[in-house]
Design a protein around this ligand. Structure first.
Ligand code: OAD
Ligand code: ZN
Length: 311
């Protein structure tokens, strides 16, 4: 993407903030690190640098749906570390709220699952949680859905939560005269115990309930429909400024958002680490809380910057 030549400096960014009416804010884990929540990819401090003990070939596999289906205990051994607990918000979350208060926030596309946007008072209808959230959980076997907090105790205890509907069905089945279900052979025929050449118990299915998976988006899963729908069929036409904050933009399809927007929409990047694969018009490198505070100061805007819950 070629740069728009008229935008370069921090004062150009301030002018854009003041003049724009429909701003897309795209956020990542970097906006919550000042609250003590680690990001993913920062060397030494990121979550992925702390997962060596899991013995995965790539720490990202902890969020891989195929690995989860194979062995959900890997994810549930670390899930408590990413469960939302903070009731604070950072100046950067406060900045997004301020854009909303000024009627300038089109949408905050967040990759974060910490729910902290809500603490700052960003309205649900202004937020797209691109990578889902802990607000609900779904059984991998029967798709039964529960409110997220129904499995929070298990998560806190490092226990793999099981589906109550599946469990009930297993209990009901056990009372039937047939007992354990016979396993189907590959050609779909039920095996008969007596005539089967292998006599071991493997021929009989040990019934297990489905695991409850929080509705956060794993690698290998689709993003919530709202993401593409809103971006392509609504926001793309309306956006007049894009501000990307605290994300390495390494994960598709969110990483493709800047490229999907019309070329004449100016793009600002605020983060500690520059990204090379997509050309922003203005890069404001540094601590995002410091950068947004300076932008507000220059714009003459009063940024609520206390890290306390919004009322
Ligand atoms: P990353 O950890 O990849 O990137 C965070 C970025 O924020 C890095 O470039 C940091 O340098 C920067 N950063 C950290 N603290 C900052 C601060 N205080 N001020 C400014 N910049 C700061 O996190 P994401 O890009 O959010 O997905 O990761 C994207 C997705 O990858 C996540 O949603 C998650 C992960 O795998 C899933 O699990 C599906
Ligand atoms: Zn189930």
């Amino acid at each position: 993407r070629p740069k728009l030549p008229q935008y370069n400096t921090i004062d150009d960014a301030v002018r854009l903030l003041r003049e724009s009416k429909n701003i897309i804010v795209l956020t990542g884990a970097g906006i919550s690190t000042s609250l003590g929540i680690p990001d993913f990819r920062s060397k030494d401090t990121g979550l992925y640098s702390k997962l060596e003990h899991l013995g995965l070939s790539d720490p990202q596999e902890v969020f891989d749906i195929h690995v989860f289906r194979e062995d959900p205990t890997i994810f549930f051994s670390i899930a408590k570390d990413i469960l939302p607990t903070e009731n604070k918000y950072s100046p950067t979350h406060g900045f997004i709220r301020l854009l909303q208060d000024k009627g300038k926030l089109l949408t905050n596309y967040t990759q974060n699952i910490d729910n902290i946007e809500a603490n700052a008072g960003v309205l649900p209808e202004k937020i797209v949680q691109c990578h889902g959230s802990f607000a609900t959980a779904t059984c991998v076997k029967c798709q039964f859905k529960v409110p997220g907090d129904a499995i929070f105790n298990d998560i806190k205890d490092g226990v793999t939560p099981e589906c109550t509907v599946c469990k009930q069905e297993i209990a009901d089945d056990a009372l039937k005269p047939q007992g354990l279900k016979r396993k189907r052979s590959k050609n779909g025929q039920q095996k008969d115990r007596k005539n089967s050449d292998s006599s071991d118990e493997d021929d009989y299915e040990i019934p297990t309930p489905g695991v409850m998976k929080p509705d956060i988006t794993f690698f290998g899963e689709d993003l919530p429909d709202e993401f593409g729908q809103r971006l392509v069929h609504h926001d793309r036409e309306l956006a007049d400024l894009v501000i990307v904050i605290g994300t390495s933009l390494k994960v598709a399809p969110v990483a493709e958002v800047p490229g999907v927007l019309p070329r004449n929409v100016p793009q600002i990047y605020i983060s500690r680490t520059p990204v090379s694969h997509t050309g922003f018009d203005i890069d404001l490198l540094g601590d995002c809380d410091v950068v947004v505070s300076e932008l507000c100061r220059r714009a003459g805007w009063d940024l609520q910057h206390h890290m306390i819950p919004a009322d």
